[in-house]
Design a protein around this ligand. Structure first.
Ligand code: AMP
Length: 378
């Protein structure tokens, strides 16, 4: 029988040995549980309401390790010791990633072999599994702190295209963080479950899951038959996402303000301010038509129409991926029953319009697109 205890803070009953669902993302991670009273999935939040934990790890001078928002602050000021996007390295060799090696600001060992990559920090070497385990350990600690109970069991999600080595690496990271990984679930499957698809028996549906995050785009075509999920095809671009929207805005302002590339290279804080203001503008324009602000002494502004012109070609690239995914699954648009929107960048109205127009369908976008994968995992 499961042990029951009382949470002193809330007075609520809690079941010992809760199982958590973890969305271990490239940019952000989060944890969800099934609420013991409502039996509904909920995302775990800190007192200030934050649920997303940036998937960033910083190694300080005296061996201190920080994860999440604290670590993110060091991305520009201490890039060699700040690990981001480690998910891109899971189960990969140097040969697999060398084409993109300039993307990483920290030191990835170039041994030009098919052995799994190592990351050098000072005189120590870390595997992506160890680094991911630090993120998972932080998520576990936060969950334990919020729930006031120990967490030892988890379901972790991975992209549908992850191969066996990448899935195993994710399991190993969980184990290293002190988690018994009960299941590895595909992210699009989790998102479908969050919307209640696949919960009914005798149901056959073909679903497209469109996932546009900060740095990656995935489209997955799934067939659900009697609650069994089959991945018919996946496509995407592992270097395309909301970060590209931010860059496009930052470059637009840089040109308007006549700031040279050299100037930006030498003034890291100006570069960072431009990027942060650009992201702010993008987010603001998801619900407004005009953004006005400043960067240092410079006045900057952006209208929604201009923003849409700046990012349209990126969204068109995602639509090409959708076409390829349909072709690989030997399906046409008319065969798709449901379209699910996942990832923070699907909040951009232009993205929703173009996806809806392509699939000729209304979209499942009522849930928080950052949370649906974790909720499904729960
Ligand atoms: P994810 O990787 O799913 O956490 O998505 C993160 C991306 O979503 C980042 O590029 C964010 O800037 C972007 N994002 C978050 N909220 C919004 C919003 N309201 N409008 C546009 N983009 C957003």
């Amino acid at each position: 029988m499961a042990k029951i205890r009382i949470n002193i803070a809330t007075g609520s009953l809690q079941q010992e040995e809760m199982i958590v669902g973890i969305d271990l993302g490239t940019t952000n991670s989060l944890v969800a549980i099934i609420h013991p009273e409502t039996k509904q999935p909920v995302v775990l939040k800190e007192y200030d309401g934050t649920a997303l934990v940036p998937s960033v790890v910083h190694f300080g001078e005296r061996g201190s390790i920080t994860v999440g928002d604290e670590a993110k602050k060091y991305l520009i000021t201490d890039p060699q010791n700040t690990i981001f996007s480690v998910k891109r390295l899971m189960g990969k060799s140097y040969n697999d990633i060398k084409e993109h090696s300039s993307f990483f600001t920290y030191k990835i060992l170039d041994d030009d072999t098919d052995r799994l990559v190592k990351i050098q920090l000072g005189d120590r070497f870390y595997s992506p599994i160890e680094l991911s385990s630090l993120i998972l350990k932080e998520l576990k600690n936060r969950a334990e702190h919020i729930l006031k109970t120990s967490i030892t069991r988890a379901v972790i999600t991975v992209p549908a295209y992850f191969n066996d080595a990448q899935r195993q690496a994710t399991r190993d990271a969980g184990k290293l963080a002190g988690l018994d990984v009960l299941r590895i679930v595909n992210e699009p499957t989790a998102a479908s479950l969050a919307y209640g698809l696949g919960m009914k028996k005798e149901e056959t549906k073909t679903v497209a899951v469109y996932d546009l995050g900060g740095g990656t785009f995935d489209i997955s075509i799934l067939r659900i038959t009697n609650g069994i999920f089959e991945v018919l095809s996946t496509n995407g671009d592992t270097y395309l996402g909301g970060d590209d929207f931010d860059s496009a805005i930052a470059i637009h302002w840089q040109n308007q303000l006549n700031i040279s590339d050299d100037q930006l290279r030498n003034d890291k804080s100006l570069a960072q301010s431009l990027r942060l203001r650009a992201e702010e503008a993008k987010i603001f324009l998801s619900s407004h038509s005009d953004f006005n602000s400043s960067v240092g002494d410079h006045i900057v502004g952006l209208k929604k129409d201009k923003f849409e012109n700046l990012v349209r070609s990126f969204v068109e690239r995602t639509i090409s991926c959708c076409k390829n995914a349909l072709q690989d699954a030997e399906l046409s648009v008319a065969d798709i029953d449901e379209v699910i929107m996942v990832g923070g960048s699907t909040r951009v109205p232009l993205v929703k319009e173009m996806v809806s127009e392509f699939f000729k369908k209304s979209l499942h976008d009522s849930m928080n697109p950052d949370e649906v994968v974790a909720l499904g995992a729960a």
